[in-house]
Design a protein around this ligand. Structure first.
Ligand code: NAD
Length: 449
């Protein structure tokens, strides 16, 4: 099928290249001319493992093209995917202006009936609003919803080997077009769930809210664990082994961030309030997440209370590892709280320095290596679980530092290696360890046989 993809961001690029890999002819377009120019030159503007190589291959075999001319793209395609941003508006709701503009343009430019696939994450009811917007278009535009569940860092695998694909359409025709597009994945046995457009829209929001809820749940309990001497990691394993609960998205840390969870939970809260339903649980998810970031910063400040000119090495700026995406990254709130309290912050991230610089400016010192950021620091604050941080030689780290505190905001370090290097180990929701101390009652499985 000939497909146009509007938006060459994380979702548009990954969807575009994967649709090409499924055998379709794809033209991906963006309003950002510099972005398109660099894509045409073979330079991929975002960091996503495997993406550059795949784009190169699909461009070379002629199935993937990039452009800025929407009219040309719409005329050349039977189906148009919309993957533009739906960022948070000031009132907390989703700002749908980019989406509406793109959809409206498709309606105006369509030279024959088309299918419009909304890939962007949108509040329930958005498809209906778009349908009304396009009601006067010269040709019929079938509007369907096909939410994207990819995770940055594993985006290609998530698209090509999905847990499920959701088709949201209010007509058999719409479902038929989506089936045709995804037939190669259907043939491989991946699960397809067809439902109404509104249900598909809500399914995406519900999935993100559920994942954010689990993170906030364990984070709230981590604060209790910290105070009563329990170890939240043991608790996580203890509850995660229950097949009704499962272990994923139950890791305590500095709170969630990224371009999806914060804005999607906020948009749900906003929509429910507009309708007149008090979002008691959903509001709690946000409040817990906020407190988690601030509590982490406060613990660092307390440990450095007596230091004259405190200096913290911030390890990680991306909201998670394997991406350069810093949108709503917990690192920002933490850096801000530290700087406002007189701490000098030197930051390092393997991929996200340039994207973070646009947000933090000169508030923190950006370093090109982990060693440079750590030299002379009184404490290390790890906020992103990059493998590079986990595999460090902590004796070397201790030798670089002025102080002795390691704050593991992701509970990802081997505590014994940290304390054996003469350092204090501060995790989230776990007992604090002094230099030389090991963790009592190490986690293990007792074999009943
Ligand atoms: P992004 O900001 O990285 O990319 C959006 C792109 O759309 C930008 O390059 C922008 O220039 C372009 N654009 C905006 N208006 C345009 C127009 N009229 N014509 C052509 N291009 C236009 O956003 P993203 O992270 O890819 O997210 C896109 C959508 O997918 C959002 O709704 C998001 O919530 C959702 N989503 C994101 C992820 C993720 O992990 N990033 C995962 C699932 C769903």
């Amino acid at each position: 099928m000939n497909i146009a993809v509007i938006g060459c961001g994380y979702v548009g690029l990954v969807s575009g290249v994967c649709l090409a890999a499924l055998g379709h002819h794809v033209i991906a377009i963006d309003v950002d001319e510099a972005r398109v120019k660099s894509l045409r030159e073979g330079i991929v503007p975002i960091y996503e493992p495997g993406l550059s190589e795949m784009i190169r291959a699909e461009v070379a075999n002629g199935r993937l093209k990039f452009g800025t001319d929407l009219e040309k793209a719409v005329h050349a395609s039977e189906t148009v995917f919309v993957a533009v941003g739906t960022p948070p508006a000031k009132d907390g709701g989703a700002d749908l202006s980019m989406l509406f503009t793109a959809c409206e343009q498709v309606g105006v430019l369509a030279d024959e009936p088309k299918t419009l696939v909304i890939k962007s994450t949108v509040p329930p009811g958005t498809g209906l609003r778009v349908a009304k917007l396009l009601g006067k278009a010269k040709h019929h535009i079938e509007i369907v919803n096909n939410p994207e569940f990819l995770r940055e860092g594993t985006a290609i695998q998530d698209f090509m080997q999905p847990d499920r694909i959701v088709f949201g359409a209010n007509s058999q025709k719409g479902i038929g077009v989506l089936r045709e597009i995804y037939q190669p994945l259907i043939d491989k046995g991946f699960a397809i769930f067809s439902m109404s457009r509104e249900s598909a829209e809500l399914t995406k929001f519900a999935a993100n809210a559920m994942l954010a809820l689990r993170i906030s749940f364990i984070n709230e309990l981590s604060q209790l664990a910290q105070n009563v001497g329990a170890d939240i990691e043991s608790v996580r394993i203890g509850i995660g082994a229950d097949s009704r609960i499962g272990p994923s998205f139950l890791k305590a840390g500095v709170g969630y961030g990224g371009s999806c969870f914060p804005k999607d939970v906020a948009a749900l809260v906003y929509q429910m309030k507009c309708i007149g339903i008090e979002p008691l649980l959903l509001s709690g998810i946000e409040a817990v997440n906020w407190r988690q970031k601030i509590t982490y910063a406060k613990r660092i400040l307390a440990a450095l209370d007596k230091v004259d000119t405190p200096h913290v090495a911030l390890w990680g700026l991306a909201f998670k590892s394997d991406t350069d995406d810093v949108r709503e990254s917990p690192a920002f709130e933490i850096a801000k709280a530290l700087v406002e309290n007189g701490v000098t912050v030197s930051a390092y991230d393997p991929q996200a320095i340039e994207t973070a610089r646009k947000v933090l400016g000169t508030k923190v010192k950006f370093c090109r290596t982990l060693e440079e950021a750590t030299r002379g620091a009184d404490a290390v604050a790890l906020v992103t679980d990059w493998p590079e941080f986990i595999s460090q030689d902590y004796k070397k780290i201790a030798a670089l530092m002025r102080g002795k505190h390691i704050f593991d905001g992701r509970n990802c370090l081997a505590s014994g290696k940290v304390t054996a290097a003469g350092l204090f180990y501060h995790a989230v929701g776990r007992p604090e360890l002094k230099p030389g101390e090991g963790r009592q009652g190490s986690i293990g499985v007792v074999n009943a046989g």
